[in-house]
Design a protein around this ligand. Structure first.
Ligand code: ZN
Length: 94
């Protein structure tokens, strides 16, 4: 199932997409991640973001709000992107 993603931005409003890749492609020593390139770093973050709904195991709390040993499966159908100062994806909340 397709994931509902909040805080999406158009590509032309995303700062890091305007920052050029500084890798020397073909030379691994002068490319990300050996040589830090923010463009490539942020691109990897973006590509790692889920696009489809996914399942997590959630701890069950007892009536005193204490965590138990039990877990239940929970399907995540909606996330909200958390962005850094270059509009880069630093995480997502659900
Ligand atoms: Zn790069």
């Amino acid at each position: 199932m397709k994931l509902k993603i909040n805080n999406l931005k158009d590509n032309d409003k995303i700062l890091w997409k305007k920052m050029p890749c500084t890798c020397n492609k073909g030379n691994v020593m002068e490319s990300h991640p050996i040589k830090t390139c923010l463009h490539c770093k942020y691109e990897i973050c973006e590509n790692s973001m889920p696009r489809d709904s996914f399942t997590i195991m959630e701890t069950v709390f007892d009536k005193n709000n204490k965590p138990t040993d039990k877990t239940i499966k929970k399907e995540i159908k909606e996330i909200t992107i958390v962005r850094g100062s270059h509009d880069d994806i630093i995480g997502w909340e659900f």
